[in-house]
Design a protein around this ligand. Structure first.
Ligand SMILES: C[S@@+](CC[C@H](N)C(=O)[O-])C[C@H]1O[C@@H](n2cnc3c(N)ncnc32)[C@H](O)[C@@H]1O
Length: 281
């Protein structure tokens, strides 16, 4: 891997968080897969195009893109060694030959200039310490007139799974949780901030559209609460609590999620911004 600018993120995604996502890639795809259609429809990929998937993780969207653009190619770029290992293995299992993966920090990774028609991302593009530098680096890799299409997390109050954490706000340090600003999963939660950053990075015609999709978080409320508290923001909050508070948080979250149990599992909607822009032609 070349240089890293986002060292804290690199540690997280090569440590516990990355291992959790890698081990649970199918569960995370069940959570986020509802966003694939809006992402790919908007990207309007055509056969022969070259696609860069930024923060591709275990490569679900990279594989979808590769299938859409063959004989063109899809490249997945990610900071996380464990997730890329899964991405490569899954692509090989599925016999997808026009896909490859690189280990690197999208903010500084030396991408070939003018090499891609489209850059996409499913929630892998909101963790930069210097988003303008990162988007500038991505813009350089696009051909003139090339497009960027990606999903970023919207604010917690419009997202059911994050809203469920409201059940814990008198026992866990929720202050500032989900406040827009970076770096972190809510750094692009404000659409005007996100489009402004894209414009500052040299993109034009930057737009944001709100999208909502249901995801399956587990078999039932217990299973989903465990999953939510074992990773990401839930784990971060729990780490700051004592043993008794942790147990109480698990019970409370489980009870709060009970209303979302369905015959098809625990279903919650998530809300994101679908951001689009173009590099100057
Ligand atoms: C929320 S996960 C999403 C993964 C994948 N796109 C998906 O939908 O399953 C965020 C991903 O962004 C990656 N990431 C975070 N910061 C990055 C950076 N600076 N450069 C490249 N990848 C990054 C993480 O390693 C992680 O795989």
């Amino acid at each position: 891997m070349h240089g890293i600018a986002n060292t804290a993120q690199a540690q997280a995604w090569n440590g516990y968080e990355g291992a959790h996502w890698a081990a649970n890639q199918d569960r995370w795809n069940a959570v986020n897969g509802g966003f694939d259609r809006p992402l790919l429809d908007t990207a309007a990929l055509r056969p022969g195009e070259h696609v860069l998937d930024v923060g591709c993780g275990a490569g679900a969207t990279t594989r979808l893109a590769a299938r859409a653009v063959g004989p063109g190619r899809a490249l997945g770029l990610d900071l996380s060694g464990p997730m890329l290992e899964r991405a490569r293995a899954r692509a090989a299992d599925e016999g997808i030959a026009n896909v490859s993966f690189e280990h690197g920090d999208a903010q500084v990774h030396p991408l070939a200039p003018d090499a891609f028609d489209v850059a996409i991302s499913r929630f892998g593009i909101m963790f930069f310490t210097d988003p303008v530098a990162a988007f500038t680096n991505i813009a350089r890799a696009l051909r003139p007139g090339g497009r960027i299409v990606f999903l970023s997390a919207a604010a917690p109050e419009s997202t059911q799974w994050l809203g469920a954490f409201g059940a814990l706000d008198d026992i866990l340090p929720m202050r500032g949780f989900g406040a827009p600003g970076g770096p972190g999963m809510f750094s692009l939660a404000d659409a005007d901030t996100a489009t402004g950053l894209l414009t500052a990075a040299g993109f034009h015609d930057a737009r944001a559209a709100r999208v909502q999709a249901y995801g399956t978080w587990g078999r039932d409320a217990e299973d989903a609460a465990r999953f939510m508290l074992d990773s990401g923001p839930g784990r971060h909050l729990l780490e700051q609590a004592d043993t008794a508070t942790r147990a109480l948080a698990r019970t409370r979250l489980t009870e709060r999620l009970r209303r979302h149990e369905t015959p098809d599992g625990l279903r919650l909607h998530g809300t994101g911004w679908l951001l689009t822009a173009r590099r100057q032609a």
